[in-house]
Design a protein around this ligand. Structure first.
Ligand code: SF4
Ligand code: SF4
Length: 497
């Protein structure tokens, strides 16, 4: 039977009595003993000082899954700024011009509704995912975790696995230690620089950013943000790591309110594992009154936040599944079934059954529908808009020798329409004529203005105020929508009373 997850622990971790075992010692009781395998401190106190964590390398299902996710996310992050569509970056948040280019679509400040909708949708997806699989976002896709694991991988390559790193830190300085430490920090710094350039490249365009760096012509704001992200990445992923999750991330603090009895979280099967104790392979543990936990502390040694999952669910746990992988390896060696530590829930529903429950099906369908509606509304939005303004010089109309004139300024905003050449026409129930150029060229992602006058003969004037509709049509051989009205706006024509 699955272990009951003490959900209250998640909300009140700071007030819990510090538990129980010095990992690896097998002792149960009131005082936590110092751990011979790591220098971790009281893990249940959020504000307690936590020393350096020496994470042991492990392999297994969740580690492989995270690697694939990390490759995908890092790949997308580093490659996308280099992609161009029609000589415009595929994704470019051009703050200076107040335009966001996203795969041939241009968003303006007036499209902020899409950004708000996207944020609401992201929040909904996060809540829905948390309801079902706890903090899987934290453990598998959060940038803090992805970069931390990348930095840990570099650390492992330069300084060796856990025991080698602990030994190296205790050693006095030697050439070998200097080389190992220097290579680690150099690589960390290189990744940080690469990250900073890529991130700023989303706002500045990556090629000009690099070119201006080479020519020492960078704008001081770009220099500031590059430095900010280099230092931020280096400190966050290299030094602060789990402390960001513990002390800075608000999500860790309120995640417990989203948990239900069905939520899958990484947990230790206490009934099966206890009484924990060491034994040799092949020894009948039940004869000694022992459970399946061999008290090897490997699950603690691999934990990136340095907690002992056997103490119960804790808010510091990011559900990365590393302890489950490590424990499965131990179980394999001992000849016991895997799953002493696994994703499980308080209700005891298996993950397979859980994904067939009405709640999860409802959440999945709702999430998919919301995503589809959002994508459809973005794709089907007007790719051309016009803004017709009457002359604001204070003159309502101008009486000429043979008629009456009104002046207008028409702003045409090409948010990504196929064409770039347009003509402006008017539709009205009287014989109005347009004076001035009716054609305009507006490249994608640009706004341009057309100033024109509308004239009517004195005899044709029917009323003081008439409605006229301004319509924009595409022109030119490349225009897919030739003669189709792409945008329109109604304005008024004023004549003498
Ligand atoms: S890895 Fe498994 S067997 Fe070893 S201490 Fe942790 S729970 Fe017990
Ligand atoms: S307890 Fe296990 S799942 Fe939680 S953070 Fe540590 S290793 Fe990851």
């Amino acid at each position: 039977m699955s272990e009951k997850i003490p959900l209250l622990n998640l909300l009140h971790t700071q007030t819990l009595t510090p538990v129980v075992t010095g990992a690896g010692t097998g002792e149960k009781n009131p005082v936590r003993k110092s751990d011979p395998f790591s220098n971790r401190h009281n893990v249940l106190s959020a504000d307690a000082y936590r020393g350096k964590i020496y994470t042991k390398k492990t392999t297994g299902y969740f580690q492989r899954l995270r690697k694939k996710m990390s490759f995908l996310l890092l790949g997308l992050f580093f490659v996308v700024p280099w992609l161009q569509i029609n000589s415009v970056p595929a994704v470019w948040f051009d703050l200076k011009a107040q335009k966001f280019h996203v795969f041939s679509m241009t968003f303006w400040p007036q499209d902020a509704v899409f950004l708000v909708t996207l944020l609401v949708l992201a929040a909904f997806l996060l809540v829905a995912a948390t309801l079902v699989i706890g903090r899987a976002w934290c453990g598998f896709s959060c940038p803090q975790t992805v970069w931390t694991f990348l930095f840990m991988w570099v650390e492992d390559k330069c300084e060796g696995d856990r025991n080698q790193r602990m030994k190296l830190d205790k050693q006095s300085w030697s050439w070998s230690k200097v080389v190992r430490k220097a290579s680690k920090h150099t690589l960390w710094m290189l990744i940080s620089i690469l990250t900073a350039y890529t991130f700023v490249g989303y706002f500045y365009q990556i090629k000009p950013l690099i070119l201006e760096t080479v020519n020492a012509q960078l704008h001081y704001l770009a220099v500031f943000w590059l430095m900010f992200f280099v230092i931020g990445t280096y400190l966050n992923a290299g030094w602060l790591r789990e402390k960001v999750c513990l002390h800075m991330c608000p999500y860790a603090r309120f995640q417990a309110v989203m948990y239900t009895r069905e939520t899958l979280v990484v947990s230790y099967d206490q009934q099966r594992g206890e009484q924990r104790g060491k034994r040799k392979v092949g020894v009948d543990a039940s004869a000694k009154g022992l459970g399946d936990c061999v008290d090897c502390s490997v699950c603690v040694q691999v934990c990136p936040v340095d907690i002992d999952i056997r103490d119960g669910m804790q808010y510091a746990c990011i559900d990365c599944g590393l302890c489950a992988d490590a424990c499965d390896t131990v179980m394999d060696k001992m000849g016991y079934p895997q799953g002493l530590i696994k994703f499980s829930n308080e209700s005891g529903t298996t993950s397979k059954a859980l994904f067939k429950t009405p709640k999860v099906i409802f959440l999945t369908i709702s999430a998919m529908l919301c995503c589809l509606v959002f994508v459809y509304s973005v794709i089907s939005r007007d790719l051309l808009s016009i803004d017709v303004m009457r002359d604001r010089s204070g003159i309502l109309y101008l009486v000429t020798a043979d008629g009456v004139e009104n002046s207008y300024t028409v702003k045409i905003n090409n948010k990504g329409a196929q064409a770039s050449k347009f003509k402006l026409e008017i539709i009205a129930d009287a014989a109005f004529k347009v004076i001035g150029s009716q054609q305009i060229q507006v490249p994608r992602g640009e706004v341009d203005t057309l100033t024109l006058r509308v004239w009517i003969n004195q005899q044709d004037i029917q009323r003081y105020k008439s409605s006229i509709k301004f319509v924009v049509k595409a022109i030119g051989s490349n225009a897919e929508n030739e003669n189709k009205v792409l945008a329109s706006q109604i304005s008024s024509f004023i004549a003498p009373k």
